[in-house]
Ligand binder design. Structure first.
Ligand code: 5GP
Ligand code: ZN
Length: 116
């Protein structure tokens, strides 16, 4: 898929509106349109990466930064103390529906385990 056709690239560019909660030169974060918990934020690289399965050694910095941003957002959203979950779905059986790498930050309720 070209980045022109990618929904999350369009969200980064502003072509598709979103409820943005954080942005820096590398990372964009916005509220999920179909939240599965009181806090459900998607944390994504601005640069198109299709999947966590496509990460390479040159992506170590951005992969780490996504995690750090998600952790800081958990703090600023007030869920860090209670607990929260970061989820990365990959591929068909992993439940990935948008082919632009994203971390789900979920919290604000007790989350079940194991996942469905
Ligand atoms: P996945 O299923 O790929 O792990 O997660 C994709 C997520 O993107 C889903 O939770 C879905 O609700 C969310 N999503 C899909 N389209 C949009 C959209 O247009 N805007 C926002 N904010 N979230 C979206
Ligand atoms: Zn993209």
């Amino acid at each position: 898929m070209s980045t022109q056709d990618c929904l999350f690239c369009k969200i980064v560019s502003g072509a598709v509106p979103s409820d943005r909660v954080y942005e820096d030169e590398d990372v964009f974060a916005f509220r999920d349109i179909n939240p599965q918990a009181p806090t459900h934020i998607l944390v994504i690289p601005k640069r198109h990466i299709s999947s966590v399965a496509d990460l390479t050694d040159s992506d170590v910095d951005i992969a780490g930064k996504l995690m750090v941003v998600a952790s800081k957002l958990a703090g600023s959203c007030g869920i860090a103390g209670r607990g929260f979950r970061l989820v990365v779905n990959a591929g068909d059986e992993g439940g990935q529906s948008v082919n632009h790498l994203h971390l789900h930050l979920l919290g604000g309720r007790r989350l079940g385990w194991p996942p469905g």
